[in-house]
Every structure is written in structure tokens, then in C-alpha cells.
Design a protein around this ligand. Structure first.
Ligand code: GLY
Ligand code: MN
Ligand code: MN
Length: 522
């Protein structure tokens, strides 16, 4: 299915081996005249080591083909318009990491704020030259760049991101009004809040408010929505495309999954050392550091790091408690690479003595369910996400019925002990493409999580020894046509009881396991 996968062999991802197959001299900075606002092969070859790739693992050609594929779904004489994100602020001048609109990123690879893309499909069908990319981006501005660093500008959008037409974002309303006047169909998702109202960037003011430049004082959203042409939803079309990952995307997600797996294994191995983690907070930060040290760009989401019964809060993200030695450590965490997320949950004993018997019983029920559900993850099984969810409920019920004190659980009990769903699509977004139905049959190229869990409430209704135990085992699965072609992207993350107990009692001693990965071979 994905022949390219063999380039990162599973053997190369086992504990102890190093991802990096390339080396880059760190002695002297090589002379490069090009300045751009995001990593490229020319400016950051350790992040994009392959010429021809625009973002990690994804080629400029693939971005071009994604646009052609989207255009093929549009009628002749159409515009698809996406307004990119602006920087968001937590308070005052303090901003968050920039997060691009992921549909915009998926179609262009562009990672700068305050930009707009328009895909124009002209009159005569699917010939490549009938599809044009317009990018409206912040222009180069030496004064601004003195403070914020290099930006790609219009020239970068043209030369590196293969836009056919570029324009200064401050001219967006006029420029887009003109495009709208000569098209028949518009594909755009109404941003009833006018876009990103909390942005404080100076470009934003030009971007959404025409001010003096337009007598009607309309926002760009108004210009599009009031253009007098049919405005059709775009997101669903892009979502369907995004839900089927290409071989290159699966390769990037495999790397993210295996790097994240290794980081979590290392965290388990710390239990056996003379310096085990004492708090949820330090473990959370260790994981974030290890994702990046292993080659990811950042963590994919705020993790859950929960000692013992804290895991009963499904989205416990306070991560501010002590890690008690007689409790389990519950982690839901993952790294992000080239925009693609890994999403892993594991539970392990915070003691070299291993799991207690009740912990082991609950853990085994969840692990067996995780494995049985993964066995349904290929196209030949003809299952939807919802079919797998229903199967996970019945499997957990059966597993629980083998545990003393749980013999008579009903399906309703199981829904109380397992209050969430089996999983979700995964990709650029953690809960990727939510508009794709859970009832659609899974097909080759879908990537989903499989994450059954059990959370035993601390109430009299449940056997005393089990109260407060929370377990989830979550893996990321790339669906193949057959079982042999399905890939568990997080296969490197230890989950068998024997493997976990070996890690927490003996740790990891593999040479090179903690080396920093500077150049990832993708
Ligand atoms: N990490 C959130 C989830 O598993 O869906
Ligand atoms: Mn998760
Ligand atoms: Mn998940």
C-alpha cells in the first residue's frame, strides 16, 4: 500500500537506534542569502532535509496535487477561498504559538499569519493550467522584520510556495472583490465572527477592516458573503480529502508516532532510576522535551498526566499533583511533526514492583479490547468507526465479566465506566476532520485512534479494591486494504504488561537512546 514506508524501517525505530541517518556540520553557519518566514530546505536543511519538500516530509508537488484534487471537485468557474489564522494573544502583548488554519496549511504549506489563499478554477475543466493559486500575504517590511525576524513576503509565496499570483494582504478586499466579480461559484466557510477578532497584529486591521480603503467599510468576510454569487461550504470537501492520507503523510505520522512512543517508553523507564519523577508537572514537561529531542517540532496538545484517580477526569490537564508510588501513572500525550499529530495513552505502575492485581485486571481488560479493536482496522473488515465503538463496548463488557466483582456488568454499566468514544480521525488536527461521519466505512489511508478505557468511580457501587483506577490504551492506526497493510503508527510504545513491568523495574540502558535527533530522515 505505502511502499515509501520501507524507507523508515521499523528496525530503525526500535529503542536505542537513532532516527537520524544524515549529519549536518554544526561548526560554521553555511552562507545562505535567502530569508524566509518558516523552515525550508534552503534555510533550515536540518528540518527539511529533502530538496523539493516544502514542509517536513511533504513535497511541493504533493501540495500542488492536493490543490488540483480539490479543484477537480469544484465546478468550472469557481473560487475556493480560505482566510488563514492570525496570531492569538493570551493577555496583553503575550501571544500563543501561531497555529495556521489547517485547511490553508494542507493546501499550501504556508505557515505565516494574516494570509488568504484563493484557488481559482477557470472555465474549461481539469487541465492543470486552468487551476491557479492566489496568495495574499503580508509583504516584506524591514522595520517589522527587525523585531520579528524574516518573513517570506510576496516573493517567497511566489518562488517557494508556487503561488501563481501574489498580492499584498492589505489589498485583499479589493483584489478578492475583483476575482468574485468574474466567477460563477464560491466555496467559502462563513466566519460569522469576522475571522479572528482577538488578533492585534497591524496587518489584521487592514485585513478584516477595510477602513479608509473601502467606502462600504466591509470586512473581507462581508465582501465574500455579500458577493451575490452562491456561496457553498468548503470545509467538508477539504475534510474528505484530508481524511485519506497520502503515503508521504503516513510516513510523517509514522515518524511522529514512533518518536512519541519512544518518549513515553523513556518516561516509563525513569521509574526504575534513582531520579523518578515526583510530580505530574515534571513528567508532563519531560514528555514535551523528549518529543522535541526525538525529532518532533512540539507537543501536539496539552497532555493528561494523572496519578491514580486523577485519571478519572477524562480531560484532566491540571497536571499539578504528586505522583504517588502506589498509584498508576496515566499519560495521554503526543508530539507533532510537520503539523501532524501523534496521540498516545498509556498507563503504568509508578513502582518497580509492577502493577497491583486489581490494576492488572483492569489494565488487561482495556489492553485486550485495544488489540481486538485494532484487528478490525482494515478495509476488508468493512467497519465504520462506530462499528468499532460498539464492538469495544461489548468487548469491555466481556472482559469485565471475567473480573471478580464485575461479573454482572451490563452494557449501561460499561458506558458509565467507559464514557468516551473508541477514537477519532487523526492528522493535522488532533480530532481531525470531524465533519467526516463516524458511520462511513473506514478505508485505506484513513488514520484513526483506537483508545478504549475504563475509569472505576470511587463510589460504593464498585468493588473497593478497584475504585479510582483509570486506564486507557491508545494507539494510532493507518488503515490498510488488508490486515497486513494496516500500520500501527505507535507500535513502538510498550503496552504489554511484561514489557511495562520490565521498563519500570529495569529501565532502559540501550546506548544512544537519549541522543538528540537533529536531522530527521523524512
Ligand atoms: N488526547 C485526546 C484524545 O485522545 O482524543
Ligand atoms: Mn489521546
Ligand atoms: Mn485520541
Amino acid at each position: 500500500m505505502h511502499p515509501i514506508i520501507s524507507r523508515i524501517s521499523t528496525a530503525g525505530l526500535r529503542l536505542g537506534s537513532n532516527f537520524s541517518k544524515r549529519s549536518i556540520s554544526v561548526k560554521t553557519r553555511p552562507k545562505v542569502d535567502i530569508k524566509l518566514g518558516q523552515p525550508t530546505f534552503e534555510t533550515r536543511p536540518h528540518i527539511i532535509p529533502q530538496p523539493g519538500n516544502l514542509t517536513p516530509g511533504i513535497s511541493a508537488l504533493e501540495y500542488f496535487n492536493r490543490r488540483l484534487k480539490l479543484a477537480a471537485q469544484l465546478p468550472d468557474n469557481s473560487l475556493a477561498i480560505i482566510i488563514g489564522n492570525s496570531v492569538q494573544y493570551s493577555s496583553g502583548a503575550v501571544f500563543y504559538d501561531f497555529q495556521q488554519n489547517n485547511d490553508f496549511y494542507y493546501l499550501t504549506g504556508w505557515l505565516e499569519p494574516d494570509s488568504v489563499m484563493v484557488l481559482e478554477k477557470k472555465g474549461t475543466g481539469s487541465r492543470d493550467e486552468d487551476v491557479a493559486l492566489h496568495m495574499l500575504v503580508p509583504p516584506n517590511d524591514p522595520q517589522r522584520e527587525q523585531w520579528e525576524g524574516a518573513k517570506s513576503g510576496l516573493e517567497g509565496a511566489y518562488e517557494f510556495f508556487n503561488a501563481d499570483y501574489v498580492e499584498d494582504i492589505s489589498k485583499a478586499p479589493v483584489y478578492i472583490r475583483k476575482l468574485l466579480s468574474s466567477t460563477s461559484n464560491v466555496f467559502y466557510d462563513n466566519q460569522s465572527n469576522g475571522g479572528h477578532l482577538t488578533s492585534k497584529s497591524s496587518t489584521f486591521k487592514l485585513f478584516f477592516n477595510l477602513g479608509g480603503t473601502d467606502s462600504k467599510n466591509q470586512t473581507l468576510n462581508d465582501v465574500i458573503m455579500n458577493c451575490g454569487k452562491p456561496v457553498n461550504p468548503l470545509k467538508k470537501l477539504v475534510a474528505l480529502q484530508r481524511s485519506v492520507k497520502s503515503p508521504a503523510e503516513i510516513e510523517v505520522m509514522y515518524a511522529a508516532g514512533q518518536i512519541s512512543s519512544r518518549a513515553i517508553n523513556k518516561a516509563m523507564g525513569q521509574v526504575a532510576t534513582t531520579a523518578p519523577f515526583r510530580t505530574e508537572k515534571t513528567l508532563a514537561k519531560y514528555l514535551e522535551y523528549q518529543f522535541v529531542k526525538g525529532g518532533c517540532d512540539r507537543q501536539a496538545y496539552i497532555p493528561v498526566v494523572a496519578s491514580g484517580s486523577n485519571a478519572l477526569g477524562i480531560h484532566y490537564t491540571r497536571n499539578d499533583d504528586i505522583l504517588y508510588e502506589d498509584e498508576t501513572v496515566f499519560v495521554d500525550a503526543g508530539g507533532k511533526l510537520g503539523g501532524y499529530c501523534a496521540d498516545i495513552s498509556r498507563t503504568w505502575p509508578n513502582s518497580s514492583n509492577g502493577f497491583s492485581e486489581p490494576q492488572k485486571d483492569i489494565y488487561s481488560a482495556v489492553l485486550n479490547t485495544n488489540k481486538a479493536c485494532i484487528d478490525l482496522c482494515d478495509e476488508s473488515q468493512n467497519c465504520s468507526l462506530h462499528d468499532i465503538h460498539e464492538f469495544s463496548v461489548s468487548t469491555l463488557k466481556k472482559e469485565l465479566s471475567n473480573i471478580t466483582g464485575f461479573q454482572h456488568v451490563t452494557a449501561a454499566d460499561v458506558r458509565q465506566l467507559y464514557p468516551h468514544y473508541i477514537g477519532h480521525h487523526l492528522g493535522l488536527d488532533l480530532h481531525d476532520v470531524p465533519s467526516v461521519s463516524r458511520f462511513d466505512k473506514l478505508k485505506e489511508g484513513n488514520v484513526i485512534t483506537i483508545e478504549p478505557g475504563l475509569y472505576i468511580p470511587e463510589t460504593d457501587a464498585w468493588p473497593k479494591l478497584f475504585r479510582g483506577i483509570g486506564v486507557r490504551v491508545e494507539d494510532d492506526i493507518a488503515i490498510g486494504k488488508t490486515a497486513g497493510e494496516t500500520i500501527n503508527l505507535t507500535s513502538g510504545c510498550v503496552k504489554e504488561i511484561a514489557g511495562i513491568e520490565s521498563l519500570v523495574s529495569k529501565g532502559i540502558t540501550t546506548p544512544g537512546i537519549d541522543d538528540e535527533v537533529v536531522v530527521l530522515d523524512i
